[in-house]
Write a protein that binds this ligand. Sequence first.
Ligand code: MLT
Length: 284
Amino acid sequence: MRLDGGLPTFWRASLRCFPYESFAASPSIPSLVMQLTVSLLPNNSLPPSLVPAQTTAVVVDVLRATSVMATALNHRAARIVTFEAIEEAVAWADEQAQSGERPLLCGERHCQPIAGFDLGNSPSEYPPQRVAGKTLVVTTTNGTRALAAAAGFQHILTASFLNLSAALARVAGAPAVHLICAGTDGHITAEDTLLAGAFASRCVEEHAAQIGNDEARLAVDHWSARCCADLPISSPLIADALLDSQGGRNLARLGMADDVRRCAQVDTHPSVPTVVARQPITLQ
Ligand code: MLT
């Protein structure tokens, strides 16, 4: 007889999950089990047992930076180069323009397009006819900052609902995975916590990962409470949860609720923007 019979998938997965203490108490013993940890903000101090140089970082800014990046690469952008400051982005684009084609300047400040830039931060602005073959120079309020915060990690990739399964497949076999949520202006946000919870739950289920800190546990609980009660996972349920988050409310207030619904779609994109160079941070 199966002890887990009849339980939703997430709870079956939880039964396989070791308690946090068993991981935290023995940091020096190499583990064959994937350790899954979360920072709900980029500047949260890292779990003591985590070694960034041996860990894959997954950066999350669901609304909207990492959703836009997945869309742009899915639509065959050549590469994405990110900067924290507008001035740095413009200077680098100017430099590139002198030796060849001018890259597209992309991004936002406080959800609004940046004056003089080619593209804002809506996934709808990144169709193939606009971005295919182009270098995109991106700066956003929180997302590109979170990417910079991941600089010391062994591998760095980005995730969103749009490429959730593809990103999960990319971490298969990694000994340690750390999700870094962008948040908004130093505040934890429900939208990034939701994706972190979905990712962590699926890592437990598909990669037999072990939940490694309380921020990961909180994310899993949030995902479970908002979206996982009735399986299969549905995009409308995710859209409702995203619209009921800080980022979702901000975007809806500015007339961009459609972007939120677009970012709630699951597995529409197979591309996983991955850091391939660090100075400047470049994703392909
Ligand atoms: C950010 O990086 O802060 C976000 O992507 C903001 C936005 O949705 O435009």
